[in-house]
Design a protein around this ligand. Structure first.
Ligand SMILES: Nc1ncnc2c1ncn2[C@@H]1O[C@H](COP(=O)(O)OP(=O)(O)O)[C@@H](O)[C@H]1O
Ligand SMILES: [Mg+2]
Length: 204
């Protein structure tokens, strides 16, 4: 029997910082679900010598480069954070490239569905690109604890990072499915296995 899928369904996975996106994506991957990582694509489209890389260096001069020759992404973030004109310029350059690279990667996948890990799904208004939205619910206190442990940063900084983001309530308003990541890893794996069965039923 030929199980060729024309286009996989897209399940968008989103949640706040240290809510468990990477951990949960790894659990889906272990079950054989293909993963598309939006952060990775955002880096791929500006890889050294890509068309976007050349345009960005032309626009900002080579002061936007790290000694390694790669884009200094934190300097770029700083610039666009403080300058709407530059932010719009960069967005209009990168958004079409990111969108076409994402579609290309999706089209290459042969599976009933894939997991699209997209931290800024709500902030960047990308919900219409998903067939289904899976939101991680983790209390801000737990996010804070896990962020401090993972990144070895102090509490005030971690607090700022959590508070700078869209609230869990706003994200949850878009959810078709929710994973509550407040238990142990076995509990998490259990929720992922159940959702996977659910998605296979929905998308097959
Ligand atoms: N259920 C859990 N129990 C214990 N630690 C967890 C759990 N879920 C995630 N973590 C840990 O919390 C941290 C943040 O999770 P991570 O998956 O990196 O979040 P994100 O990718 O959303 O930023 C990591 O160190 C991870 O190992
Ligand atoms: Mg992560």
């Amino acid at each position: 029997m030929n199980l060729g899928y024309i286009m996989p369904f897209v399940v968008a996975l989103s949640g706040g910082i240290a809510s468990g996106k990477t951990t949960i994506a790894n659990l889906f991957a272990k079950l054989g679900v293909p993963i598309i990582d939006a952060d990775l694509i955002a880096r791929q489209v500006v890889a050294p010598d890509s068309a976007a890389f050349v345009e960005i260096v032309h626009h900002f001069s080579d002061e936007i480069l790290l000694p390694t020759g790669e884009l200094d992404r934190s300097q770029l973030r700083e610039i666009i954070f403080n300058n709407d004109h530059e932010r719009l310029w960069l967005n209009s350059l990168l958004h079409p490239l990111i969108a076409s690279e994402t579609s290309k990667q999706i089209a290459e996948i042969n599976a009933p569905y894939l997991l699209w890990v997209i931290p800024l799904l709500i902030e960047n208004r990308l919900t219409s690109f998903a067939d289904r939205i899976l939101i991680i619910e983790t209390s801000p206190i737990l996010q804070l604890e896990r962020l401090i442990m993972r990144d070895h940063i102090d509490e005030p900084l971690a607090m700022k990072m959590v508070q700078a983001q869209t609230s869990n309530e706003k994200r949850l308003a878009f959810a078709n499915d929710v994973i509550k990541n407040e238990g142990n890893l076995a509990d998490l794996a259990n929720q992922v296995a159940k959702l996977h069965q659910h998605y296979l039923m929905l998308f097959n």
